[in-house]
Design a protein around this ligand. Structure first.
Ligand code: DAH
Length: 346
């Protein structure tokens, strides 16, 4: 073996050692930068070829090529090995024991008050209604006058109110939201529901609370009639309480509608036969409704000769109580987790 080839082989052995001893990727990279780059010591040995004769040149060239090839292969194999070892170590560290019990997340329930609002909003928006909200603090004008309840009207007595001053009160119903929406609509057709809270000086008991929720509905257009009202409410009530419900309309009185109706559904407990829930009548009263009174239309800038409309008002807690069999309205407000947990999303 020529001296020149021996130099190549010695250097190769040294580099092999260095590669073998590199136990992490950073060290290995440093070895490669030093020994496998263009300007390496190994490559500089190439200049020795000048001193050699024909056959020796060939042998030397082969030795150089073999050395480069061998070292590159060794380097690549080592790099692959170190990479895999790193991933293995990482996986080992992150190992998850799937037989361990998981972390339990506490998911809250949704208060039935809001569940009912969500459901009603879903039903009515699917029929093309928009959702509008009115203020909780109202003027006498909007709460009463605009609802065709002038100051000496006996209907005011049915809505004992919380006054803030002579002219300002907590709204006693969501109906004034109708007037706000009509003002905003500027005598154009309307199709809205208005969910919200109302306040009355009721004595709190199992079915009454000084604060409660209502959802108001209002449709105004040309040629809107009682048939539209009936069809809409039947559809809504069957979606809410089941396809089997009979819906009954009784004539009634509200100052802001003419004609006015009260709407009942057949009792879901006894299927209309009569039981304690429906007090033997077979029906349960569920909401008030009617054709918007011409005075209300006029005060809101609509010509009653051109436009007509219907309106309805539903008590949210009443719907929730009937729907979920809640026996005391106060449970809805008390924030007892044992109650709310029963309304977890399935
Ligand atoms: N505002 C009425 C109440 O609180 C409920 C009501 C009845 C609303 C008839 C309406 C309606 O829109 O048409 O008792």
């Amino acid at each position: 073996m020529s001296e020149e080839i021996k130099k190549v082989n010695d250097l190769k052995s040294m580099i092999i050692n260095e590669i073998n001893n590199a136990n992490d990727l950073v060290t290995l990279k440093a070895v490669a930068d030093k020994h496998l780059s263009k300007k390496s010591e190994l490559n500089s040995l190439m200049s020795l070829i000048k001193q050699l004769s024909g056959d020796e040149k060939t042998a030397f060239g082969q030795a150089m090529n073999n050395a480069r090839k061998e070292l590159n292969e060794l380097y690549q194999a080592k790099e692959k090995f170190l990479n895999e070892a790193m991933i293995r170590a990482k996986l080992e560290k992150e190992k998850i024991d799937i037989t361990l019990p998981g972390i339990k997340y506490n998911v809250g329930g949704i208060n039935p008050f809001f569940k009912i609002i969500d459901e009603m909003v879903d039903i009515f928006t699917s029929m093309g209604y928009q959702v509008k909200e009115g203020p909780d603090v109202e003027t006498d004008y909007f709460n009463f006058e605009r609802m065709n309840i002038p100051s000496n009207h006996p209907a005011r007595e049915m809505q004992d109110s919380f006054y803030i001053d002579n002219n300002t009160l907590l709204r006693t119903h969501t109906s004034p939201a109708q007037a706000h929406a009509m003002d905003e609509a500027d005598a154009k057709p309307l199709k809205i529901i208005c969910p919200g809270k109302c306040y009355r000086r009721d004595d709190d008991d199992a079915t009454h609370s000084h604060q409660f929720g209502q959802i108001e509905g209002l449709v105004i257009g040309k040629g809107i009639n009682l048939g539209n009202l009936k069809a809409t409410l039947e559809l809504f009530l069957r979606k809410m309480f089941g396809e089997k419900r009979e819906v009954r309309f009784r004539s009634s009185y509200f100052p802001f509608t003419e004609p006015s109706v009260e709407v009942d559904i057949s009792c879901m407990e006894c299927q209309g036969k009569g039981c304690s829930i429906c007090k033997g009548t077979g029906y349960i009263e569920i909401l008030g409704a009617g054709m918007v009174h011409p005075n209300v239309l006029k005060m809101s800038g609509y010509d009653p000769e051109v436009y007509s409309g219907f309106a309805f008002g539903v008590g949210i807690e009443r719907v929730a109580m009937l729907r979920y069999g809640i026996d005391d309205i106060r449970k809805i407000y008390q924030g007892d987790v044992r109650f709310v947990e029963q309304f977890k999303r399935k």
